[in-house]
Design a protein around this ligand. Structure first.
Ligand code: GLY
Length: 369
């Protein structure tokens, strides 16, 4: 049976794209080489913190802020469609400084809050500890930003999967794509070990693995793996009420009572395992933010491979040289924040067969040498 669309990759981007395409009436099959949502999506702590990630005004700031603003609507829709909670809620973020050097970075961050129209308040160290008693004495000042967000990434991806499934999308796990068959400027067939799938269009949403398709398609997909290691702490003797973000790591309180501390940022190839040094680094970062982490129980550690891109922005839109291949990849540190929004934009552009203005800054052609 020929499908309208074959999506390669079952992280948040692939699953959300499957939903938005299925909602338009497309017949969709999604092929995931492992398990749905188990790579970068599953490794994410789920903070929706656009200002933590945007370093300057421009297209990236615009898209992360648009994605944050779109989140309540997007999750309401997918939760209603799937019956699966995403765990989304509005969360207050404290961005903390430990030094004058960090405070100098605040000077760059503050205008971003203004541009984003996000309320925020400058606090000195004592005020920051009053706001968040778990904070360490080393914090010299902070920016309190009450209207960012948090989500449970594994539930988010399942919510999209179920919503898409109810609209007829098919999901195959353990379905690694081995080859693409082509005719002229089109991919006609996606081959897995278990068989071949004919499709009118193909979406490459394979996260850190997306660049595997660059050679076979003789096109540029400059995505590379950036490992993030993370640790979950439980039994903290003092609750943490905000997402805590510093220039040396972050701490994210989860609704199950655990505190997630992360994350490393390593270009270490396709090696999605934890290391002694990496976990030490994130635990030290966590202890600096919340000294009581030292006495708490280390519950779990894990790692994931983010899909890095040369300018840290997503790569969205048609694959150059091909009439029916779309790229939805390179979301780097922001797949969970951006996924619901950019996947909808990609699906809408695919429906109209035209690149919407919102996608233009993210076309792969911007990265051409
Ligand atoms: N979004 C945070 C991270 O990737 O570590």
């Amino acid at each position: 049976m020929k499908r309208d669309v074959a999506i390669i990759g079952g992280g948040i981007i692939g699953c959300a794209t499957a939903y938005y395409l299925a909602k338009q009436g497309a017949s969709v099959i999604l092929l995931e080489r492992g398990r749905i949502g188990e790579q970068a999506t599953g490794a994410s702590a789920g903070m929706l913190a656009p200002i933590a990630e945007a370093k300057r005004p421009g297209a990236f700031l615009d898209v992360v802020v648009a994605a944050l603003r779109d989140y309540p609507t997007a999750v309401r829709e997918v939760e209603a469609a799937s019956g699966v909670s995403t765990g989304y809620f509005l969360r207050s973020i404290l961005r903390v400084a430990f030094s004058e050097e960090d405070e100098a970075k605040f000077a760059l961050a503050l205008p971003m809050y203004e541009l984003a129209g996000l309320p925020h308040k400058r606090l000195d160290g004592a005020q920051a500890r009053e706001e968040e008693p778990a904070l360490g004495e080393g914090v010299v000042s902070a920016i309190l930003s009450p209207e960012e967000g948090q989500v449970l990434p594994r539930q988010l991806v399942q919510s999209y999967r179920h919503a898409a499934g109810l609209l007829g999308a098919e999901f195959r796990e353990d379905a690694e794509v081995m080859a693409l068959e082509t005719s002229g400027r089109s991919v006609t067939t996606v081959r897995t070990l278990d068989g071949s799938i004919d499709a009118d269009r193909v979406v490459i949403a394979a996260g850190a693995w997306s660049s595997r398709f660059a050679g076979p398609l003789n096109t540029s997909i400059p995505v590379f793996p950036v490992r993030g290691q993370i640790a979950a702490i439980k039994g903290l003797s003092i609750p943490v009420r905000h997402v805590l973000y510093s220039y040396g790591g972050y701490a994210v309180p989860w609704p199950d009572g655990r505190l997630l501390v992360g994350a490393t940022q390593e270009e270490a190839g396709y090696a999605p395992h934890t290391t002694v040094e990496g976990i030490q680094q994130v635990l030290n970062g966590g202890k600096r933010l919340v000294p009581r982490v030292a006495d708490a129980e280390l519950d779990e550690t894990w790692a994931g491979l983010r899909p890095g891109s040369p300018d840290a922005m997503p790569i969205l839109g048609p694959a150059p040289g091909w009439d029916n291949v779309w790229l939805a990849t390179g979301h780097y540190r922001n797949g969970v924040l951006l996924g619901p929004y950019t996947s909808r934009l990609v699906a809408e552009s695919m429906a109209s067969n035209a690149v919407s203005a919102a996608l233009e800054p993210f076309l792969v052609s911007r990265l051409a040498q």
